[in-house]
Structure formats: C-alpha cells, structure tokens
Design a protein around this ligand. Structure first.
Ligand SMILES: NC(=O)c1ccc[n+]([C@@H]2O[C@H](COP(=O)([O-])OP(=O)(O)OC[C@H]3O[C@@H](n4cnc5c(N)ncnc54)[C@H](O)[C@@H]3O)[C@@H](O)[C@H]2O)c1
Length: 370
C-alpha cells in the first residue's frame, strides 16, 4: 500500500483546531483511496518557545527533511515578542527547505458567499505564485539611533535571478495547464532595480512557453482590479511582500481568511513542501470552535496532490466545497457548527468522492509533484 510520511506542526491558537479537523479528513481520504500516512507531531510554536526558548534548530531541520511533506497549522501569540516566531519558525522553514514558491489559489467555490456583489465562481478563479524565499522577507537591514527622534531604519529587499527564475518558471508551467495567461504583478515604476530584474526574467522564461500570454500590472492597480474584475487574472506571479498582501485581499473574495489555502513548494525533490492555511493563529477566536477548517482542508488537498494522490486531492476539494456551500456563515458562531464538527462533515463527504467542476487540485497536481 502507498505510504507517505508527514510531519504535522499544529502550532498555536486555532492552528491545532483546524489541523485536527484536516487530519480527520486525511483519515477519511486514506480509507477511501487506499493509502496510509506515518505522522510525526512537531511541537513548534509560541507555547513551546516560551517554555523552552526553542525555535527551528538545525537538528529539527534534518528530522523534518526526512518527511515527504509538512502539514502546518498556524503560529503566533500575543505573549511572544513580535517577529520572533515568524522569522524563527515560518520564514526559517521556508528558507531551510528552499520552498521556492508560495502557491495561493483565489477560487470562489459555488454557493460560497463573497462580499463582492455580483461576483460568480466563473469570474473568480486565479492562482497567485508568490516568490517565497527572498524580497523583503530576507530580514536584512539595519538601524541607527534606535529609540531616539533620529532613529533611521533601512530594510532591504533581495532579488536574485536564481530565485525569481524558479518562481516564474513554475508560474509559466502552471499557466500552461490552466488558461494560458500569466500576469507579472510588481511596482516597476518605483522599485526600478528589482522591477527590471523581474521583468527581464519573465521575458526570458516566457520564450520557453510561447503558448502562454503574458501581461503586467502594478501591485496598487492589482488591488483595484482584483475585487472588480478578477476574471482578468489566471496565474499571477509576484514578489514575496506583494504576494502576501494581495492574497489577503484574494482571501476576502473567496469567502474570508478561513477559506484560503496555500502550499510552500520545494521544487527540487530534495526537501519537503509545506501546506498551511493562509490565516494565522487567530487568538481572538481560539478555543471557541469558531475557526473555519476549510483553508486547512484545502491545504491538505494540495498536499495530497503534491504527494501524487490526485484523486484523493480532488475528493477533499469537492467535499470541502460542498460543506462550505451549506454554511450560513463562513466564520464564528454563525457557521452553525464547530471547527471539529465541520471537519467531521467534510470527512464524511470525502467518502462520497464529490466532484468539483474544473478541479483546481487536479490542475495543481499536474505541476506540483516533485
Ligand atoms: N502562517 C502563520 O502561521 C501566520 C500567518 C498570519 C499571521 N500569523 C500570526 O497569527 C497571529 C494573529 O495574526 P492576525 O490576527 O493578524 O491574523 P489571523 O489570520 O490570525 O486573523 C485575522 C482575522 O481572521 C480571522 N480568522 C483567522 N483564521 C480564521 C478561520 N480559520 N476561520 C475564521 N476566521 C478566521 C481571525 O478571527 C481574525 O479576525 C499573529 O501572531 C501573527 O503573527 C501567523
């Protein structure tokens, strides 16, 4: 029987709640599609850090490297100093595992309420490919005269041809199995040095994909186009910071942060990729059963596609979409069921193998496998 080894990092706040729901769905997918998983629980997060001072250690990196994939919940706590966990765990993991791309679909499933009047699922189906290892997230910079009125801070953005090219090449591959359209999103009129490099990479890589049409949009214009005419986008490739920001806007279009999924993809076959909902630890609702597990379940679907379990991936996507469409609200007490109950409903639906039209996970599975 096929078996996959998975490291599970539930993290903090609602992270363990949505991860438990996703694991119940994984159990159901295993039963329905005939594979097994070996799971290793990894206790990284705020509580562990505050108790032990431990973040991502070199030893842990090596232990994680031995797995086929990582399923991640969310980390962060008001008790932890700002930035320590984000840089010491999430960004450190993405860097150590060279997870070159952060894949963030923006898809409105049928029957899911969106705050944008008149928006239909047919008009809202795009994927943002966010460069995941550099840009402003390299945490390089310096400050002088800290704490005085002369405080001066410099924060650098690093853009290498190597990292930009691998993200852009992945985006072209994805566009070629979708609607054949790739948009570069940047700010080339102000960030001229980084912008020139990104534009040159898109031009050069684009020659290898003559069937993919390319265009360009400034990131500020993207924030205007995205809610009004998302149908103009198929695959959007962008830098780390812009991708982080525009996909929160994208999450709103598709039903809120609780619905949005992501995959941090290692493209070289030498380290695991990591799958996580876009949302954070949501301390405001943690412990109440108010977190929507859909983002975690759709991230699980992406993980299954990446592991070569394409049919299971499509069924988890279909089951999640089906349960989402039944909810009176997408977050909070108004969902009418707790996080755990929704995980149970999605798990039960997986066994029926519900189909979803134009399955996103089937498209992603074609380009995600290592
Ligand atoms: N990848 C990660 O682990 C990650 C990502 C973002 C933020 N964070 C961390 O999470 C903590 C909280 O950050 P934040 O409040 O800015 O962002 P957040 O994503 O945790 O929450 C933003 C809003 O979305 C809601 N929300 C989040 N997940 C939801 C879900 N599954 N269902 C329904 N509603 C949901 C929350 O209740 C909150 O109102 C911080 O410590 C931050 O650094 C971690």
């Amino acid at each position: 029987m096929r078996s996959h080894s998975i490291a599970v990092l539930p993290g903090d706040g609602v992270g363990p709640e949505v991860t438990a729901a996703a694991l119940e769905v994984l159990d159901a997918a295993q039963d329905a599609f005939g594979f097994t998983t070996e799971r290793t629980d990894v206790p990284l997060g705020a509580e562990h850090y505050l108790r032990t001072g431990e973040l991502l250690t070199p030893d842990l990196v090596e232990r994680l490297r031995a797995h086929d994939a990582i399923l991640f919940g969310a980390i962060g706590s008001p008790q932890a100093p700002p930035g320590v966990l984000e840089r010491g765990i999430i960004l450190a993991l993405r860097g150590a595992m060279q997870q070159a791309v952060n894949l963030r679909p923006v898809r409105l499933y049928p029957g899911v309420p969106t705050p944008v009047a008149g928006l239909t699922p047919q008009r809202c189906d795009l994927v943002v490919v966010r460069e995941n290892t550099e840009g402003s997230y390299v945490a390089e910079g310096s400050a002088v005269h800290r704490g005085t009125s002369a405080w001066t801070a410099v924060q650098e953005s690093v853009n290498t041809w190597y990292a930009v090219e691998r993200a852009v090449d992945f985006a072209f591959r994805l566009a070629s199995v979708r609607r054949g359209r790739l948009t570069l999103c940047h700010k080339t009129n102000v960030l001229v040095e980084a912008g020139a490099l990104w534009s040159a990479v898109v031009e050069e890589v684009g020659r290898r994909y003559p069937d993919v049409e390319t265009d360009y949009v400034h990131v500020d214009a993207m924030c205007m186009h995205l809610p009004v005419s998302p149908e103009r986008f198929d695959v959007v490739v962008t830098d780390n910071l812009f991708g982080d920001i525009v996909t929160d806007l994208g999450a709103v279009l598709q039903g809120g942060l609780g619905v949005a999924a992501s995959g941090n993809l290692h493209l070289g076959g030498r380290a695991p990729s990591m799958f996580e909902p876009v949302h954070g630890s949501a301390p405001d609702i943690a412990g109440r059963g108010w977190a929507n597990p859909a983002g975690a379940c759709l991230s699980l679907a992406m993980m299954l596609g990446h592991l070569g379990e394409g049919e299971a991936a499509a069924a988890v996507e279909g089951a999640t979409a089906q349960v989402l469409a039944e909810l009176p609200a997408l977050a909070g007490a108004g969902m009418g069921a707790s996080t755990g109950e929704l995980g149970g409903r999605i798990a039960a639906a997986v066994a029926q193998r519900p189909a979803v039209e134009n399955s996103l996970m089937s498209q992603l599975a074609q380009v995600m496998s290592p």
